[in-house]
Ligand binder design. Structure first.
Ligand code: TYM
Length: 339
């Protein structure tokens, strides 16, 4: 079993990243290292340049994201933690896969459509070919499983399509070059929504900081954001079907369930009939209780830039070793001469 997943080092790690992905990374790290498998977690810094960015901010955010991941429980001694930019095989394999990926496939990606918006002519080429780099990220390591939130599902289906076409076109059935990876999407919390709009996902790129809970927010900020979160005037229902068309209420109940390890049914058994005046402070308290230890560890770690750089350097060294055989096999399969 080989687990591979990534996160862009742009902005803060937020509750959506944590509940949708990072929490699973940590759980899988414990499971996989006990059974002799391997986990590779990386900062998708090459993906981060697909949108306009400030180089100094990217450098600082990269180190902060390492600190945040370690604070969440990613253990650099058991998992391989690195950034793409220090493992050139990612960019090399992307180029090789560009020959296999089809324009039509990329044109159908919803993230491309959302992020490019109406200004396709002005979008970067990197934004368009972004999913091919994402395919390279996982195929390079023969990933068997990729833990992600719901929003990355389509990109992983594309990675499978690319792997399959490459294997069909350039390898034999008995000796495929790439493994087809399976996404692992949590049954709950796969899509945490904005606190200001229950129809938009919680995102680092939302201009309003009030729309998300950052893992680095202090207790006062968390309580304030929960108190101001958009809701409706109705009390909570006592069964999940009563949340049907109440996106904001469903989101807050889902967050509460995910943080306490209980089910939506159970939360509604406890809070059904109560108004948000009672539910919001309870949710705020759970958030503060869960996030305070992460926050404290983050503050401790982020002061030591050298230690964070050392984690990335060591992780990159290990990642390069694993990547080389697959990269070599891909060059060879394509008939490219390298003496
Ligand atoms: P990114 O940086 O946007 O998000 C990192 C992880 O967090 C999940 N996530 C969410 N889950 C639930 N609710 C939300 N509101 C929410 N927002 C984010 C994402 O699904 C993701 O798992 N393209 C990827 C990074 C990447 C990658 C990869 C991931 C690059 N290469 C290879 C897996 C494998 C991205 O931008 O994630």
């Amino acid at each position: 079993m080989r687990i591979v997943s990534g996160i862009q080092p742009t902005g803060n790690l937020h509750l959506g990243n944590y509940l949708g992905a990072i929490r699973n990374w940590v759980a899988m790290q414990d499971e996989v290292s006990a059974s002799g498998g391997q986990c590779l977690f990386f900062l998708a810094d090459l993906h981060a340049i697909s949108m306009p960015h400030d180089p100094a901010v990217l450098t600082a955010s990269t180190r902060e994201m390492v600190a945040a991941l370690v604070a969440c429980g990613v253990d650099p001694d058991r998992s391989i933690l690195f950034n793409q930019a220090q493992v050139p095989a990612h960019a090399e394999l992307q180029w090789l896969l560009n020959g296999t990926a089809r324009m039509g496939w990329l044109n159908r990606m919803t993230q491309w459509k959302d992020k490019a918006g109406k200004n396709r002519e002005g979008a970067s080429v990197a934004l368009f070919t972004y999913p091919v780099l994402q395919a390279a990220d996982v195929l390079l390591y023969q990933a068997t499983h990729v833990p992600v939130g719901e929003d990355q599902k389509q990109h992983l289906e594309l990675a499978r399509d690319i792997a399959q076409k490459f294997n069909n076109d350039f390898a034999s059935e008995e000796a495929p070059v790439f493994t087809l990876p399976d996404p692992i999407i949590p049954p709950d919390a796969a899509r945490i929504m904005s606190l200001r709009d229950g129809t938009a996902k919680m995102s680092k790129s939302d201009p309003s900081d009030m729309s998300r809970i950052n893992l680095t927010d202090d207790a006062d900020t968390i309580m304030k954001k929960v108190k101001k979160a958009k809701t409706d005037p109705e009390p909570l229902p006592s069964e999940p079907k009563g949340l049907g068309d109440r996106a904001e209420a469903a989101n807050l109940v889902g967050i509460y369930a995910a943080l306490t390890g209980s089910s939506v049914e159970q939360v509604l058994r406890d809070f059904g009939g109560e108004g948000f005046g009672k539910f919001k402070p309870a949710l705020g308290e759970v958030l503060v209780e869960r996030l305070a230890p992460i926050n404290a560890r983050f503050v401790e770690l982020k002061g030591d830039g050298e230690a964070l750089d050392a984690i990335l350097a060591k992780g990159a060294w290990k990642a390069r070793e694993i990547a080389i055989p697959t990269l070599d096999a891909a060059y060879k399969a394509l008939g490219l001469v390298r003496l």
